[in-house]
Design a protein around this ligand. Structure first.
Ligand code: PEP
Ligand code: MN
Length: 361
């Protein structure tokens, strides 16, 4: 609902109350110029004609996608009114403003020494954010589940190391929350909360992080289409948190016989998603390939596709990493990768901007 420029505060609150009366929720963007109100909830219940004639209402715009609050269209209206700032502040960088964001670190936090050494080395290599898994979503219950899998005390200790390493080297930190019970604890220590691919469909977990005042890094499920991916991101936005970083991390590979890559990195998803939403999208070439010898080229390709950043698994001795060593690169390799990706990003920046505009429809 787009309110009139001269609509009063009283008219705005009356509209919000009316929305609630119908069992719907209001997503209010109070702009410098006007207020824009998104309606959240069962579409069948929305009495469009009734709302349209309420005092102060200029017009109602129907957005025909299952994701609305994160859509390009909603972003354009709310941002145009001055009520929504796109771009996500991560430390001293604004993700989505054209400067790529590099997230790097071990797949799993193993011990304090490992984490601090990696943090120091990725910082020198030019990374901006430190990653480290503590609640690991392992395929086998007989594998190392991350320090969070031992007990609450060791989870908290690992989270404390993560936050200390981040502070020591000037790196905001991101870690995965695998269940609702992890969210409050992780949010005390981490700057960004990650939802792993396997949990992309977990509506209750999405809603829970949507109520946290932290940017959320949402990974695409390996079997999810783009519309589904965005529809589930909307569950976070619907709780009021639009600081969502989307992450393409590969989809299930096809074909019989030996698998040459762990997943198939869907790079066309990057510009396709940028046409649909104002949210930034980064690429994870580590899980996307499963092979450290492919990470450099696929990172370059991701930047050429217009990605807003990368998340790369790094360890000073990949062979020694307890989890995902095969797809892990060294800090020296990260440094080269960042140099190349910065250059590619500068070259394709204008095209990435074009990718965000226009329509294929
Ligand atoms: C990870 O980033 O550590 C991870 C487990 O990735 P995904 O959820 O994409 O498999
Ligand atoms: Mn991993």
């Amino acid at each position: 609902m787009i309110m009139k420029i001269d609509s009063t505060e009283e008219q705005v609150s009356r509209v919000i109350k009316e929305i609630a009366k119908y069992g719907l929720r209001a997503d209010v963007s109070r702009g410098e110029f006007r207020t824009v109100i998104g309606i959240v909830g069962d579409e069948r219940k929305v009495p469009f004609d009734h709302f349209a004639v309420m005092p102060g209402v200029k017009e109602i715009l129907k957005i025909d996608t299952p994701y609305k609050l994160i859509s390009k269209e909603y972003g354009r209206v709310a941002e145009g009114a001055g009520g929504l700032r796109t771009g996500i502040q991560i430390g001293d960088r604004t993700l989505g403003n054209g400067e790529p964001l590099y997230i790097a670190g071990p797949c799993a936090v193993e011990n304090k020494k490992q984490l601090f050494r990696i943090a120091e080395e990725i910082k020198k290599a030019g990374a901006h954010v430190l990653r480290g898994g503590i609640f690991k979503p392992r395929s086998s219950v007989h594998s190392f589940q991350g320090l969070g899998g031992i007990n609450r005390k060791s989870a908290e200790t690992a989270l404390r190391w993560l936050s200390e390493a981040g502070r020591e080297f000037g790196l905001p930190v991101v870690t995965e929350v695998r269940g609702e019970e992890h969210v409050d604890l992780a949010a005390e220590y981490a700057d960004i909360l990650q939802i792993g691919a396997r949990n992309m469909y977990n509506q209750d977990l999405l809603a829970k992080v949507g109520r946290k005042n932290r940017p959320i890094l949402l990974k695409r499920h390996f079997g999810a289409g783009i519309e589904e991916f965005l529809s589930f991101a909307e569950y976070i936005a619907a709780e009021g948190n639009k600081n969502i970083i989307l992450c393409e991390r590969g989809i299930v590979p096809i074909g019989k016989g030996k698998e040459y890559t762990r997943y198939t990195l869907d790079l066309a998803a990057v510009p396709a998603i940028q046409k649909e939403t104002y949210l930034p999208i980064i690429v994870d070439p580590s899980h996307g390939t499963g092979r450290r010898d492919l990470v450099y080229n696929m990172s370059c390709a991701a930047m050429a596709a217009g990605a807003n950043g990368l998340m790369v698994e790094v360890h000073y001795n990949p062979e020694e990493a307890i989890v995902d060593g095969r797809q892990t690169i060294t800090p020296a390799e990260l440094s080269e990768l960042i140099k190349a990706c910065d250059e590619i990003s500068r070259m394709v920046k204008s095209r990435a901007e074009i990718a965000g505009q226009g329509s294929t429809k």
